[in-house]
Design a protein around this ligand. Structure first.
Ligand code: FDA
Length: 393
């Protein structure tokens, strides 16, 4: 790289949630830290998260709510830096917050407060933050040399915090994986997650229900979520669908229970109580009108319940509680909130996030093969893994 490089104790690549936390923690421990990003502004995903209010953590952030090839990897960091720890930081900065549902904590005001809080923590740790230039990395003699635009820097430690490829228009790239591979770290196949599913063929009939939503239980394999599902012009979205999308693989079915509160045998019981009513009327009492109409049409059971054999009603109940279909795909990284997969945890220490075979190299946040559920879990992983590396640098 030629020119004289300014030296630091650590260089953190990526000023998202994980990189900001890591840099602040290491800086406040007295390390000289440089935080670099190619974007013009830090924390862009934080700013748009949670509809602009940032769902910054979840009170139930246990390792079981994360996907990874090694489900135990996240345990240590999540136990050492908890949702309560992040909440204490939020309160120290006087940010008002509320619990929305299912343990999800949001700012009362704006996600910008979270970015400002992290920048203030970085300033308290005298972190040098430089933005808006592409990054190149070289390694030799136990030091990392990083070019950022026209300037060069070097340090004995480098933290990969450049996230995953979800939402490229926000500056997301697969840079973390390319860099990791260069240092012989393995990468678990990255897939879009927390992403809408698309429908085609026979199932595309449902796209006529665009805008309709209902509380359902959606499941992929053994994993099920009870939340809202939303029909879109391309397929299905809404929290229940986003959640199962992380567990879904191409070619596999998704099942939806449209009537999670209906008792077994409800249609046959209703037939005795209201023999003159029809299936569509009964469904419309429990589901949005347009959905009830579409499901009744698909079940092809016209006429009064009294004239329908119990066997047919039993079959209808079974289908309504386990409507199976195979999505044609997902809306891809352009619409995915996160990426499943990433830098393989097998090559990293779960205590420090340092690469086992490359001392001084660390990986944190979404770049790593740890992906949380919808609802503040992904930020909690960004904070916890960033904190763990920040303590170790
Ligand atoms: P993040 O992606 O935040 O940061 C990576 C940084 O690296 C970026 O600043 C980027 O510019 C930089 N970078 C990338 N490539 C680079 C390169 N080649 N050179 C230099 N810099 C580079 N989670 C949650 O818990 N609660 C929520 O409410 C939401 N909401 C939400 C909404 C939307 C629309 C999205 C897309 C995502 C969410 N998420 C979320 C997920 C959450 O945003 C995500 O998990 C974290 O931001 C990951 O933090 P990281 O710091 O690891 O990566």
């Amino acid at each position: 790289m030629g020119q004289e490089a300014a030296s630091y104790d650590a260089i953190v690549l990526g000023a998202g949630g994980a990189g900001l936390m890591c840099a602040a923690v290491a800086g406040q421990r007295g390390r000289r830290v440089l935080l670099l990003d190619h974007a013009e502004a830090p924390g862009k995903k934080i700013l748009i998260s949670g509809g602009g209010r940032c769902n910054f953590t979840n009170l139930g952030a246990v390792p079981e709510r994360y996907l990874s090839a090694n489900p135990h990897f996240a345990r240590s960091a999540l136990a050492r830096y908890t949702a309560a720890d992040f909440l204490a930081l939020v309160e120290k900065h006087g940010i008002a917050w509320h619990e929305k549902t299912l343990g999800q904590l949001f700012c009362d005001g704006s996600a910008r407060q979270v970015v400002e809080m992290l920048l203030a923590e970085c300033a308290a740790g005298r972190v040098d933050l430089r933005l808006g230039q592409p990054v190149e990395v070289e390694h030799g003699d136990g030091r990392f040399r990083v070019r950022h635009g026209a300037r060069s820097y070097d340090a004995p430690a480098l933290v990969i915090a450049t996230g995953g490829p979800s939402i490229p228009k926000l500056g997301a790239t697969g840079f973390a994986y390319d860099l990791a591979r260069r240092f012989d770290l393995k990468v678990v196949e990255p897939r879009p997650a927390l992403v809408p599913l698309t429908l085609s063929g026979e199932e595309a009939l449902f796209t006529s229900l665009s805008g309709v939503s209902a509380e359902v239980v959606a499941s992929a394999g053994k994993t099920a979520f009870r939340e809202a599902a939303l029909f879109t012009h391309r397929g299905l979205s809404g929290p229940a669908i986003l959640q199962v999308s992380s567990y879904w693989r191409h070619g596999e079915p998704i099942a939806i229970d449209f009537l999670p509160d209906a008792a077994p045998g409800w249609l046959r019981t209703t037939k005795r109580a209201e023999p003159r009513s029809g299936l569509r009327t009964q469904l419309a009492r429990r589901l949005p009108e347009r959905l009830a109409e579409a499901l009744a049409a698909r079940l092809e059971l016209a006429g009064e319940l009294a004239n329908l054999p119990d066997r047919k009603l039993e079959e209808a109940e079974r289908r309504l509680s386990g409507w199976r279909f195979v999505p044609s795909g997902t809306e891809g990284f352009a619409k995915a909130e996160v990426t499943v997969g990433g830098i393989a945890t097998a090559g990293l220490s779960s205590q420090t996030m340092e690469a086992r075979a490359m001392p001084g190299l660390y990986a944190i946040g979404e770049a790593v093969d740890v992906t949380g559920w919808l609802g503040g879990y992904n930020f909690q992983w960004a904070w916890a893994s960033g904190w763990a590396a920040g303590q170790a640098l």
